[in-house]
Design a protein around this ligand. Sequence first.
Ligand SMILES: [Zn+2]
Length: 64
Amino acid sequence: MKCLRCHGLMVREAIFTREGGIPVSRCIQCGEIVDKVVILNRCRTDFTLDRVVMRRRIAYRLIA
Ligand SMILES: [Zn+2]
């Protein structure tokens, strides 16, 4: 998967909190970290339908 900011390589990682691990993707080039909540929140502010569909597909890939 490519980073939406810089098109760099995204790697899957987990951030561990008291409640457990959260699956995230981190860009090895710019350091962007996204999880399903970040992507879904960005969908709410983006009114272009194509981009909403694209980001939801990315979010589902993150949690699958
Ligand atoms: Zn990036």
